[in-house]
Design a protein around this ligand. Structure first.
Ligand SMILES: CC(=O)[C@@H](O)[C@H](O)COP(=O)(O)O
Ligand SMILES: NCC(=O)COP(=O)(O)O
Length: 255
């Protein structure tokens, strides 16, 4: 079964628009977990455009008190501030992403060969402190040997090109083939496989149907769009069906 980790970045983006106490990030996370999500993902960026360190602490407090069997996945570029936060909140999983602070969003994986010397000591220290380490990776089978050589536990396959090809069947199939090849290569190197970015309820079902070995998908943007129409609990239930590789009977309505 592919685990679902709900990324709550966009709820924090909405909260910061007026900086009131709503939407309630922790409350939405709680509803997602109550509906069956395996975990919560956050990406505290340096400019705090959405998730703030205080949000991460609040989510950790809720998880410890109410869902000790679920996980907190903290994503970000390994600055000293980021690593200190991820360590101090006892992130179950830390997903290292090669984002420049000015980037609009995450849109590429690591250059594992060029960044190996930089990443290896960081990964070794995180694993020593009992964090699972995932590295954001382009879906390229030829990159997986170098990814494994960093010592990481998993790769998170970047699904942006796949997700954005929702209206181009040829491009979507090509992207899905790349993801399947990359996942196979990652598994052959002993890496666990996560996936994320621009996944929808339909795209997740197709992806997991093709690559059932995926350990975890982290989904935020499309899931919250759907939750505007269907509510968080029902939306999570739909994404859990997709994480089983099954198409939902309901259509995705992001209106
Ligand atoms: C790593 C990745 O693809 C996403 O998890 C990322 O967190 C998206 O960041 P924004 O929500 O800031 O676009
Ligand atoms: N790692 C992907 C993630 O956490 C959420 O990405 P998105 O669904 O908001 O594009």
């Amino acid at each position: 079964m592919t685990h679902l980790s709900v990324n709550v970045n966009v709820a924090a983006l909405l909260r910061n628009r007026r900086d009131h106490a709503w939407p309630d990030i922790v409350g939405l996370g709680r509803t997602a977990l109550q509906a069956g999500a395996f975990g919560i993902t956050v990406h505290p960026r340096p400019d705090q455009r959405h998730i703030r360190p205080s949000d991460v602490w609040d989510l950790r407090t809720m998880l410890d008190a109410e869902f000790p069997d679920r996980e907190l996945n903290v994503e970000g570029f390994p600055t000293s501030d980021f690593l200190a936060l991820a360590h101090d909140v006892r992130a179950d999983q830390i997903t290292l992403v090669p984002d420049d602070p000015a980037q609009a969003t995450s849109d590429h994986g690591w250059d594992f060969t060029a960044e190996k010397a930089f990443l290896m000591p960081i990964i070794a220290d995180l694993k020593f402190n009992r964090h699972r380490v995932a590295l954001f990776a382009d879906p390229d089978a030829t990159h997986m040997k170098a990814a494994a050589e960093t010592g990481a536990d998993r790769v998170e396959l970047y699904t942006g090109p796949y997700g954005s090809a929702y209206d181009d069947p040829v491009a979507q199939t090509r992207a899905l083939d790349r993801l399947e090849d990359a996942a196979r290569a990652a598994a052959n190197e002993g890496l666990g496989i996560n996936a994320g970015h621009d996944l929808t309820v339909e795209g997740t079902a197709r992806l997991v149907g093709r690559v059932p070995s995926i350990d975890e998908v982290s989904i935020g943007h499309a899931l919250f769009c759907d939750a505007l129409s269907h509510g968080m609990a029902e939306t999570v239930r739909r994404y859990l069906v997709s994480c089983d590789g099954q198409m939902n009977p309901s259509t995705r309505d992001c209106s």
